[in-house]
Unconditional design. Structure first.
Length: 305
């Protein structure tokens, strides 16, 4: 039916173009010839056009025209491109945030992140910034009454410790510093950290000591002073892991957006970079501490193993 309609349309168009009358016998013969040629052209058009040949019925052609240029393949391609762009912009945002913190630590003279502090550990013993030196230190600021963020981040910290320890040996000193000294006494900190990892060192102190330590590391500290027993109050703090080198200088931050594997990779990469070469677990354990004394920046540091 479609071909017949096309044939008639071509015939009408051809007759009007040729200006043929309808009453003479000569015109009838010419009309028959024109009809024959028009139908032949219609048949050729329907069989030779690649666009029409791909459809078996007129309904298929109409459905294609109604759908337009969109298809399942183009939809998948669009979603893949959108997902890729979202991942790129998110990664770039995280990279710039880490870069801002690194840049904040640069300067002439005294570093802007990190510095001397004096606290007590979970056993009630004095602990200072000097005790961090000799290993790479990973510091996290939190509090034991934190409902969700701190437990999640300490779980992640425990996984990072195991990953780094398996690959590099005992080169990392993980430290938890409370932002809530009124409630986080040494026994409380010790009991709290025992749920996460045995290598964790917990530090607390007086309100003044903790506030001064937070200030050294540019950690937001909101705990009010002179809190009475049983009094309710809010505690807010920055959510970062601070990586320090064996000299006690700031290297890098690991944010909440990083997974344990991503955080461990960042730390391992900085360990390799700081030592000036990639070190496998076997070569690290086989070499003596004297062989590990060389490190970038023309400093001599004895790295504990």
């Amino acid at each position: 039916m479609a071909q017949q309609r096309l044939c008639v349309a071509n015939l009408s168009r051809t007759l009007r173009t040729a200006g043929l009358p309808h009453s003479t016998s000569s015109a009838s013969r010419n009309k028959s010839q024109v009809i024959s040629r028009a139908c032949q052209q219609s048949r050729n058009l329907s069989t030779t056009s690649p666009r029409l040949a791909q459809f078996k019925t007129v309904e298929q052609a109409k459905a294609f025209n109604n759908m337009g240029p969109f298809s399942i393949a183009s939809g998948i391609f669009f979603l893949a491109c959108g997902g890729g762009m979202m991942y790129y912009f998110q990664s770039e945002k995280e990279r710039l945030a880490r870069k801002r913190i690194r840049d904040a630590s640069k300067g002439v003279g005294k570093p802007k992140i990190g510095g001397p502090f004096e606290l007590v550990d979970q056993d009630g013993k004095r602990y200072t910034s000097e005790d961090l030196k000799g290993k790479f230190a990973l510091l996290y600021f939190g509090f034991s009454h934190c409902p969700d963020i701190c437990p999640d981040e300490l779980d992640k910290m425990a996984k990072m410790i195991d990953i780094i320890k398996e690959k590099r040996g005992n080169v990392l000193r993980p430290v938890f510093i409370t932002c809530d000294p009124a409630r986080d006494t040494p026994p409380v900190v010790k009991s709290y950290l025992s749920e996460f990892h045995p290598d964790l060192i917990g530090l607390t102190g007086t309100w003044e000591q903790v506030k001064a330590t937070c200030k050294q590391y540019r950690v937001y500290f909101s705990t009010p002073p002179h809190v009475k027993p049983g009094e309710d109050y809010l505690v807010d703090h920055s959510i970062y892991f601070y990586l320090m080198d064996p000299e006690g200088d700031f290297i890098e931050v690991v944010g909440r957006q990083h997974t344990a594997n991503q955080g461990a990779k960042i730390i391992n990469d900085h360990i390799d970079k700081t030592l000036g070469r990639a070190i496998t677990q076997d070569t690290w354990r086989q070499q003596s501490p004297v062989d590990m004394d060389k490190y970038v920046g023309k400093k001599l540091v004895k790295i504990e193993t």
